[in-house]
Write a protein that binds this ligand. Structure first.
Ligand SMILES: [Zn+2]
Length: 56
């Protein structure tokens, strides 16, 4: 689904291929499939497993 390189919003580490990630995002009012990628790019925060394990 994601083709762009992802970076953790907390530590800015590059997310490796196949690495498990956690995304925090606002629920969209209207979901239109063609806009999902743009929505995720604008509204989501991605966290790596290292940061999530520190937060929990
Ligand atoms: Zn991180």
């Amino acid at each position: 689904m994601f083709k762009r390189t992802l970076y953790c919003s907390n530590c800015n580490r590059e997310i490796r291929d196949g690495e498990e990630i956690f995304a925090k995002m606002k629920a969209p009012k209207h979901i239109i499939m063609v806009e999902i990628k743009a929505y995720l790019k604008k509204e989501s925060e991605i966290f790596c497993t290292d940061c999530i394990s520190k937060m929990i």
